[in-house]
Ligand binder design. Structure first.
Ligand SMILES: Cc1cc2nc3c(=O)[nH]c(=O)nc-3n(C[C@H](O)[C@H](O)[C@H](O)COP(=O)(O)OP(=O)(O)OC[C@H]3O[C@@H](n4cnc5c(N)ncnc54)[C@H](O)[C@@H]3O)c2cc1C
Length: 386
């Protein structure tokens, strides 16, 4: 049965992340949000603490602490800075993908460079301008040559596109127009023909760069193919199942920071001669915030625990991400309401939390796509039961 008590290793990772968040991320978060840029320095320090390979084996420089430890750490980090945390999440996901699906040569070549920060971070290049919720509609192609492969096409919305040292890139390699064969490739950031776009101007998570990647006759070697030819799509889907635990945990962290900030504020702000926490309207908002976050916490940890037990967790990860991101947004919105006009200014962090959390119900699959995943799984189980 799911054990709610973190073990010693999980607690140690959580504590490491918490201290790193308050010492390094928190003091830099507001300036990063205001000025943009990329948190290379913070990510290098995170790598030194093992936070770029939380669920990666020690053989490749990871700390092998599992998905629950990963979820606990991400929640702590996101309380301080969602932008740095999302770059870290994607990099952890890429390291896990290469370790899980790579040959021993690919693992030796790339995984330690991801966990050590030598690659700065990893990038996950699936989406395109015309292929977001439906990535099978991608147009990027990999053409076989005598020496390896040539990539042509464009990816869009790639987190850390400006700085990542390694990308997992999905491209068409065959099949039909309706049912394309899709393969995954490991592409170094410095490969000629890979052109990084300029960062998008986004509503939030300003310290996480999101760019296009263009591939113009980009030659990659034979051994860049990850796993088998035309078997790349299940890799993306499996990676996203795990990734959704990360994004659910990230949303939980941001919303927890907002809820706690607002609850404390409500005990200090005086109106009508008493703290606003004396008004039932405020008490209900505080109570709803913390109740919903408790539910989100249990959901992300259950999905992580199932992953650690090597049990199916796809539905639970989608449910956790759906709930944590949507309710987390509601929590941030209530937190801003509790701060009144002050909440709407940049003097206080709550408007940043609200902007930062919004995208968690869009990336790594929108809320609508999570509902598709969940309802399909429910239908499948009824069909199997007859
Ligand atoms: C900041 C940011 C970072 C990102 N990082 C990455 C990254 O690192 N790597 C990467 O590959 N991608 C990344 N993405 C892309 C992200 O995963 C996509 O934006 C997302 O999957 C949605 O695709 P779309 O934007 O094309 O929306 P669309 O697919 O065009 O969807 C538009 C609307 O239609 C709805 N919709 C679509 N299909 C259905 C359906 N079948 N049923 C019901 N509703 C549906 C959607 O839910 C949405 O509301 C990032 C996006 C953002 C904004």
């Amino acid at each position: 049965m799911f054990d709610f008590q973190p073990n010693e290793t999980q607690e140690m990772i959580r504590e490491t992340a918490k201290q790193f968040a308050s010492r390094v991320l928190e003091p830099r978060a507001a300036a990063l949000d205001r000025d943009g840029g990329f948190p290379s320095e913070s990510l290098t320090e995170a790598a030194e603490l093992g936070l770029l390979g939380i669920n990666v084996s020690e053989e490749y420089g990871g700390v092998q602490a599992g998905a629950v430890a990963y979820s606990l750490a991400v929640t702590e980090l996101a309380r301080a800075c969602a932008a740095t945390t999302v770059a870290l999440c994607v990099s952890n996901m890429v390291a896990e993908v290469v370790e899980h699906f790579g040959t021993s040569e690919q693992r030796s070549e790339h995984v330690e460079k991801l966990t050590s920060g030598e690659y700065v971070v990893g990038g996950f290049a699936l989406s395109e301008a015309g292929a977001g919720s439906d990535p099978r509609g991608m147009k990027t192609r990999a053409q076989k040559t005598d020496k390896g492969w040539v990539l042509n096409g464009s990816k869009l919305w790639i987190t850390s596109g400006t700085h990542a040292g390694l990308f997992v890139v999905w491209a068409r390699t065959g099949g039909t127009e309706e049912r394309p064969g899709i393969s995954a490739f490991l592409v170094r950031g410095d490969t000629p023909g890979l052109i990084r776009g300029k960062p998008e101007h986004k509503m939030g998570q300003h310290g996480s760069t999101t760019t296009a990647l263009d591939f113009e006759d980009c030659e990659i070697p034979e051994e860049a193919l990850l796993s088998e030819l035309d078997r790349g799509f299940p890799i993306a889907m499996m990676a996203l199942d795990g990734g959704r635990i990360g994004i659910g945990s990230l949303a939980l962290g941001v919303a927890s920071a907002a809820a706690d900030y607002a609850a404390k504020y409500s005990t200090e702000r005086q109106q009508f001669g008493r703290p606003i926490s004396a008004f039932q309207a405020i008490q209900w908002m505080v109570a709803n915030n913390h109740t919903e976050l408790d539910a989100a916490r249990l959901m992300v940890l259950r999905a992580a625990w199932l992953k650690d037990q090597k049990q199916p967790f796809s539905r639970e990860a989608s449910m956790a991400k759906l709930f944590a991101s949507e309710r987390g947004f509601g929590v941030c919105n209530r937190a801003l309401q509790i701060l009144g006009g002050y909440g709407y200014t940049q003097e206080f962090p709550v408007e940043r939390y609200l902007r930062d959390i919004r995208v968690t119900s869009i990336y790594e699959g929108t809320s609508e796509i999570q509902r598709v995943v969940i309802s399909r799984d429910i239908a499948r189980r009824f069909a199997e039961a007859g």
